[in-house]
Design a protein around this ligand. Structure first.
Ligand code: G
Ligand code: G
Ligand code: MN
Ligand code: NA
Length: 252
């Protein structure tokens, strides 16, 4: 209960902030997109990670308010970078199954994207979004698509029914879970899974992002197998929004 009221205060006082993790295109090497990762900048305790407050917020209504804040604040950051001449980037936002069914979500997307092309925003959802309420989820996805907003299946391969979702839903991007990337050096099985998913995704006209790139070997392997984009600690850690302009100004 104490945490709950502290979290409501945090929302009202805008104590949340975003860390942005770059995604790089593997053909050109360009940074073209950032994933927004929320943190709570607690006035006394410092930076608190999402696994310490998202589950609590998921119990009630606060998670909806947080989700809408991440979208509007994240897009404001993207606008700020563009105005400062630091580049035009896409923003990817994580939405839980419940957040994706927020009945104010689509109106909020539309409002936030008044002065920006819809395809500057991507929604990262996990496979369990569809277990929750698959008809509603499919309808939200279509409405998002109509605004130009793209949808990525996060942690791809770790849930169940992944393949039927690919067939049924207007998903644009597959994010290959890092548990498949990590063992590619040692395990031929993992290499087969990764290359087959890339191949399948491309045959279905989908874009593939690999997450959890931690070694040069991972990067080379994915480049060699035509993965579209990559993200991971080797390339960049998530960057504090306050430090982002400086990091970009200094260049790669
Ligand atoms: O860096 P990291 O510890 O941020 O993230 C841990 C987990 O929290 C990841 O699974 C990530 O998807 C999730 N997460 C980070 N930011 C958000 C957010 O804004 N909304 C939701 N629903 N999950 C988030
Ligand atoms: O569930 P989701 O894929 O949204 O998770 C994002 C989480 O992954 C964040 O906690 C982020 O800090 C973490 N992350 C990003 N890159 C790497 C990486 O290369 N290795 C590991 N272990 N975690 C990563
Ligand atoms: Mn994600
Ligand atoms: Na993921």
């Amino acid at each position: 209960l104490e945490l709950e009221s502290a979290l409501q205060t945090a929302l009202d006082n805008e104590e949340f902030c975003l860390f942005l993790q770059p995604k790089y295109r593997l053909d050109s090497g360009d940074l073209d997109s950032f994933e927004a990762l929320v943190r709570w900048r607690h006035p006394e305790k410092g930076l608190i990670m999402p696994n310490h407050f998202i589950p609590q917020m998921e119990q009630g209504e606060m998670i909806f308010q947080l989700g809408r804040w991440v979208i509007s604040h994240g897009l404001n950051i993207i606008r700020g970078l563009e105005r400062a001449g630091l580049g035009s980037y896409k923003l990817a936002v994580n939405l839980s199954a419940r957040q994706f069914c927020d009945d104010k979500l689509v109106d909020h997307l539309q409002a936030c994207l008044q002065d920006m092309p819809g395809d500057r925003l991507e929604l990262e959802i996990t496979e369990n979004v569809l277990i929750h309420n698959s008809e509603l989820a499919a309808s939200v996805m279509k409405q998002a698509n109509n605004l130009g907003v793209t949808v990525a299946l996060d942690d791809f391969g770790t849930g169940y029914s992944s393949l039927s979702y690919l067939r049924q839903l207007p998903v644009d991007v597959i994010k290959l879970d890092r548990s498949f990337i990590a063992p590619t050096n040692e395990s031929e099985e993992s290499r087969h899974i990764v290359t087959s998913v890339i191949d399948l995704a491309h045959k279905l006209n989908k874009y593939v992002v690999a997450e959890g790139i931690e070694t040069k070997e991972h990067l080379l392997f994915l480049q060699e197998h035509q993965c579209d984009s990559a993200q991971g600690f080797l390339l960049s850690r998530p960057i504090d929004e306050d430090e982002l302009p400086d990091v970009l100004a200094k260049g790669d």
